[in-house]
Design a protein around this ligand. Structure first.
Ligand code: PRE
Length: 657
């Protein structure tokens, strides 16, 4: 073996590379802010998971070629992307609320420098490049008072922890404050045993800690029954006590970062019961803030329902009817009124959005008390994952073997051999398969909202259960419009299906739809099929006009193999030499698909069949065991609205009776 170069020489090279890496990361951050500036102008959502997947799979491949393993590359980039998303969010949030743009924030928090609250506040200010003036407090009440009285700009309150759950006292404080929640931040809580320099674990007799870390480290502490526990009002107080004690037999529980501020050393680490131990803090201020529509927003409400049975369920159904996701529900007693409770709800929605406003109006009618505590950007960045097939891309694997290997396993999940009983796709009032027939209407965008509301009402009255919105790229102010459309559809219990006709539709469609439909022109796009397979909402896969039944089943297999079992197929006609310029409706394919697969099949005769023949075809679809009909009413050229209504009525009546 050759003699290696001297250690310090190698270390110098590593140091110089690390400097370059940091400079590159800083440059990447600047570019990410440039992206935020463009998104501010175009009003596009911050998160683009399609772009993230593209980026990750390319980097995994390139990394492999340079000897870096996929998981290493992915975890590095997941942190980089999280940072990029949170920075963009902070930037756009600041722009939407110019009065919050200051050089310095005075922040009230629990304990003293070094506490977890202090670390969370530091992180919050760093992200916004604002200097922090810290105001340590002894209790949650003191924090709230400091902000209410104007001594502090913001208060930091820990609201929940992944090991010990919700922090009830904070919920109680929120019942009585006039402050608004304007932000949230989550930090990793790495509990360590912190002691004076020179102490070893065998020296420790007394441990100082706040009750929260004690409960989060209960397993570790029960293994060390010899420790005498002393409760403190914060982790910072615990560290300060150890620092002042000048004694090797005392220790504190806290973060290594905080301990360093008190010259304490971490003699044991990873004390928490759960490997992932995170605390979420809410940020309170005197004035509520606005959240731009491109940011994922969260609303926190408190409400007291009527005392009659089922009152809470009734209130929650109001949210469900508007497709509002509730990410947290807590209850706390109302002081002075035994057995009555106040509910705290976190809803994944923007307060300014139509569904949220409509839900609030409805809730105001049925609850005894309701108050919005705040609307703020959601700071949980769910890491984008790659599918196992994307992770497996081996540079040297011959393409032929991959293709045969998948071909052999294909047909399995879609086939009746794999699953004998018919599958059913369900979303709201729409039910496809296993004996249920659905009626879906296609609506071509762009469209004005008042006209859309009118249309939604008449589609509901005709008997449709779902509406497929096509031409997303044609609609201006897309996010706002979709929110309006969804709300209008929800009013009439209609399921909102967004059609993906271009790769660029994917992000918005998957974010806002109850269900998505992949247009036939994208049926061969492997990357999109993979992504649809990882969704939690149902998917309709339209057959490409040139595709065989086998091709359609192969595409369906790809979706199922990624996990999403809520899949229906759609036959809209194939290109033939019939000279009419129209596609030919392939009812033989319907028969074949039903014979081979358990998946529901919807038929869309709108493009292939003349209007007057539609009632006959509807009967045929039913007799051939089709599971639904999709109709594009604008493709049906009837002379008057009344004629068109009459036709739709006959078609649906033939389908259902
Ligand atoms: O390319 C974008 O749209 C970005 O916002 C940048 C970036 C990134 O940091 O690479 C961040 C967030 C998006 O979800 C995708 C990618």
């Amino acid at each position: 073996m050759n003699k290696p170069q001297p250690l310090n020489h190698t270390r110098e090279q590593i140091t110089s590379l690390d400097n370059e890496l940091l400079a590159l990361l800083a440059r990447r951050r600047e570019l990410s802010l440039d992206v935020a500036r463009s998104k501010e102008v175009d009003v596009r959502p911050i998160r683009d998971t399609t772009r993230e997947k593209e980026l990750l799979s390319r980097l995994v491949k390139q990394g492999r070629e340079q000897g870096l393993d996929a998981h290493y590359v992915i975890s590095l980039y997941q942190s980089i992307i999280e940072d990029s998303v949170l920075n963009q969010q902070a930037y756009l949030h600041g722009r939407a609320n110019p009065e919050t743009q200051k050089q310095q924030y005075c922040i009230a928090y629990l304990g003293a420098r070094g506490s977890y609250s202090y670390l969370a506040a530091t992180r919050y200010c760093d992200r916004r490049q604002v200097e922090m003036q810290d105001l340590g407090c002894q209790s949650f009440d003191e924090i709230v008072q400091a902000v209410e009285s104007g001594h502090a700009d913001y208060g930091f309150l820990p609201i929940e922890n992944t090991s010990s759950g919700s922090i009830n006292e904070v919920y109680d404080v929120l019942q009585h404050t006039s402050l608004a929640i304007v932000g949230e931040t989550t930090i990793e809580v790495g509990h360590c045993l912190l002691a004076n320099s020179g102490s070893t674990i065998n020296d420790i007799k007394t441990v100082y800690a706040h009750p929260q870390p004690i409960s989060q480290c209960s397993r570790y502490l029960s293994q060390h029954g010899q420790f005498k526990l002393e409760y403190c009002s914060s982790s910072a107080e615990a560290m300060e006590k150890v620092c002042n004690a000048n004694d090797n037999s005392v220790a504190a529980i806290g973060s290594a970062e905080g301990g360093a501020l008190y010259q304490l050393e971490a003699i044991e680490s990873g004390l928490a019961n759960q490997k992932i131990n995170q605390s979420r803090f809410i940020v309170v201020a005197r004035k509520a803030v606005e959240v731009p529509s491109q940011l994922p927003a969260k609303c926190t409400l408190i409400m007291a329902t009527g005392q009659k049975p089922g009152a809470l369920v009734e209130a929650l159904l109001v949210l469900k009817a508007r497709n509002l996701n509730m990410s947290k529900l807590e209850s706390r007693p109302i002081p002075g009124t035994p057995w009555e409770e106040m509910f705290y709800l976190d809803i994944d929605a923007n307060l300014a959005s139509e569904p949220m406003q409509a839900a609030l109006k409805e809730l105001e009618k049925t609850t005894r008390f309701i108050k919005v505590l705040g609307c703020y950007p959601c700071e949980t960045v769910k890491p984008t994952q790659l599918s196992s097939s994307q992770l497996m891309i081996e540079p040297n694997t011959s393409k032929a073997t991959t293709v045969t290997a998948t071909a052999q396993t294909k047909q399995q999940r879609v086939s009746k051999q794999y699953k004998a009983e018919p599958s059913q796709v369900l979303s709201g009032q729409l039910c496809l398969g296993a004996g249920q027939i659905g009626a879906l209407s296609q609506v071509q965008l762009p469209i004005e909202l008042p006209q859309f509301e009118q249309m939604a009402k008449s589609l509901k009255e005709s008997g449709f259960q779902a509406v497929v919105l096509q031409g997303l790229s044609q609609q201006s102010d897309l996010i706002n419009s979709i929110n309006h459309f969804k709300n209008a559809l929800a009013q009439f219990d209609l399921v909102c299906i967004l059609a993906i006709e271009h790769e660029t539709d994917l992000t918005i469609a998957t974010q806002f739809a109850d269900m998505v439909m992949l247009s036939g022109n994208l049926m061969y796009n492997q990357a999109i099929l993979t992504q649809l397979g990882s969704l939690l909402i149902p998917v309709i896969l339209e057959r490409n006009a040139m595709a065989s039944v086998d091709d359609l089943l192969n595409a369906a297999e790809e979706v199922l193999s990624q996990g999403n079992q809520q899949l229906a197929l759609c036959e809209s006609g194939v290109t033939t030499l019939n000279n009419s310029g129209k596609p030919s409706l392939d009812l033989a394919a319907l028969v074949e698909l039903k014979a081979l697969s358990h998946l529901p099949v919807v038929v869309n005769p709108s493009y292939a069949i003349d209007a007057e023949q539609l009632p006959t075809f509807a009967r045929a679809i039913k007799q051939l065991k089709g599971d639904g009909i999709m109709m594009n009413l604008s493709a049906i050229e009837s002379t008057t609205q009344a004629q068109s209504d009459e036709l739709v009525k006959t078609v649906l009546s033939n389908l259902y009776h």
